[in-house]
Ligand binder design. Structure first.
Ligand SMILES: C[S@@+](CC[C@H](N)C(=O)[O-])C[C@H]1O[C@@H](n2cnc3c(N)ncnc32)[C@H](O)[C@@H]1O
Length: 271
């Protein structure tokens, strides 16, 4: 009994809960239909403006923090995996001024459609920007195609095996000396000062309590036009360390709403 309690408190805020929907393919399928069962928020014609508000508003700080720095201007071929409604992609297009290609990948046709609309509205479409429907675990590119791979809030909605195969696929499509910038909700809090670390452990734990087996979903689905939370805090470095040619150069902490987020800057070494 005491052992169980001790075990619980030791893992408090550090637990990586399993995803509630099985696989990421189910998430992409969900985006095809979530506009249909609108209940409370019938004023919203489709869920994407709402999703955009969640993603664009709450994730704005972490997305901007991730793209600060000199890497963007030097890149020529960029891939964003899991573009969603396109907020991060718009920042990327503005920053990667010298890119010859920017490949915007998502598994959901609805999300690609939505991202294309968003970038059209922002007047950011160009011949360099290519929208591609594909699974991040099996990308339609040859080895070493990209010098920059970015993704925000993708890895943290994949199940354990999918994270593993997505990291391996990222390693394959990155060129030697290429870089990756990855943003995830995080259980990796070790380098934070203790009061902040304690608060983050509490917020993570509360989030996971509701996330576990989709407990939040009844409420979220009713209130928020069918959108239900997919991301959960994970420890991405554990998976990155298994990729032999990748190394984590540095990381920084940010936040999405009350929850801690980690931004990873990863480099690919020569074989
Ligand atoms: C939480 S959203 C994040 C969107 C965007 N990066 C942002 O920060 O706003 C995750 C996106 O990943 C996409 N996705 C999920 N599984 C995927 C997979 N296996 N391959 C490619 N995209 C996937 C979803 O369709 C969704 O658009």
């Amino acid at each position: 009994m005491w052992q169980a309690i001790r075990h619980y408190f030791r893992g408090f805020g550090y637990r990586q809960v399993p995803v509630w929907y099985g696989s990421s393919v189910a998430v992409a399928n969900q985006f095809e239909t979530i506009s249909r069962p609108l209940k409370f928020l019938k004023v919203i014609p489709n869920p994407y403006p709402f999703y955009d508000w969640i993603m664009g508003f709450h994730e704005r700080w972490s997305n901007r923090a991730a793209l600060r720095g000199p890497v963007l201007e030097r890149t020529t071929n960029v891939l964003e995996a899991g573009v969603g409604t396109g907020y991060f992609l718009a920042q990327l297009v503005k920053g990667a001024k010298n890119a010859r290609t920017i490949s915007a990948v998502d598994l959901s046709p609805q999300m690609i459609f939505s991202a294309k609309n968003y970038l059209t509205k922002k007047d950011l479409l160009s011949s360099a920007l290519l929208f591609v429907r594909s699974d991040c675990r099996r990308l339609p590119y040859s080895d070493g195609t990209f010098d920059l791979y970015v993704s925000s809030y993708l890895f943290d909605l994949l199940n354990d095996e999918e994270i593993d195969s997505t990291v391996k696929e990222m390693e394959r499509v990155l060129a030697p000396d290429g870089h990756a910038i990855l943003i995830t909700m995080t259980t990796e809090l070790g380098d934070m000062p203790w009061p902040a670390r304690f608060l983050c452990r509490v917020t993570n734990e509360l989030y996971c309590l509701g996330y576990h087996r989709g407990r939040w979903n009844g409420i979220w689905k009713f209130l928020f036009a069918g959108y239900a939370p997919h991301c959960r805090p994970i420890a991405l470095s554990k998976y990155l360390k298994l990729a032999p040619s990748l190394s984590i150069e540095y990381t920084k902490v940010s936040h999405v709403s009350l929850f801690p987020v980690r931004i990873y800057y990863v480099g690919k070494r020569h074989a």
